[in-house]
Design a protein around this ligand. Structure first.
Ligand SMILES: Nc1ncnc2c1ncn2[C@@H]1O[C@H](COP(=O)(O)OP(=O)(O)OP(=O)(O)O)[C@@H](O)[C@H]1O
Ligand SMILES: [Mg+2]
Length: 150
């Protein structure tokens, strides 16, 4: 477990940028924490690292947003799949969009509110938890192994 206290949205993005360096193709990142704790802000930092160049916002209606970025020394293409499970009511909605294909793709899957459907998460899922300490302070805890997946 690696804990970090962020004092601003910029620091949260920059922490995400550092974390992104450790990511590999096929990785799955579960972002857990209450409303407004910085999950989308952290996703922005991940997308910046992979040079996705798109505006990142929570995929509330589409279920998933796909951002195309660059990976590794040869700058090959990599897809980042950004899910927000907050409004999802059943696993069927997720199977409806073919979530398994995203989870087992060679891109990187980022799931806000992944704790809503822990049974969905493969064993290699990494967890990043967010806690609000004050108006601008957030505790961000990165755990290498999923605490959610069974
Ligand atoms: N240290 C910080 N890190 C991240 N966000 C911060 C921080 N301090 C203040 N904020 C503010 O908190 C809010 C975080 O919003 P964000 O959309 O990232 O949260 P979220 O966890 O994705 O929420 P939701 O569950 O609604 O999707 C933003 O308005 C941001 O400006
Ligand atoms: Mg969000």
């Amino acid at each position: 477990m690696n804990e970090f206290i962020s004092a601003s949205p910029e620091e949260t993005r920059s922490h995400a940028n550092t974390f992104a360096k450790t990511l590999k193709r096929g990785d799955i990142v579960a972002l857990i924490g209450e409303l407004g704790t910085g999950k989308t802000e952290f996703t922005r930092g991940l997308c910046d690292y992979f040079e996705c160049g798109s505006r990142v916002s929570s995929p509330s209606f589409a279920i998933v947003n796909t951002y195309s970025g660059r990976f590794g020394d040869n700058h090959g293409e990599i897809n980042l799949y950004h899910f927000d499970l907050y409004r999802i009511k059943s696993m069927d909605e997720l199977f409806g969009v073919g979530i398994e294909e995203y989870l087992y793709d060679d891109g990187i899957c980022i799931l806000e509110w992944a704790d809503r459907f822990p049974e969905l998460l493969p064993r290699h899922t990494q967890t990043v938890s967010f806690e609000r300490l004050s108006e601008n302070k957030r505790k961000i805890a990165v755990s290498k192994k999923s605490e959610l997946a069974s």
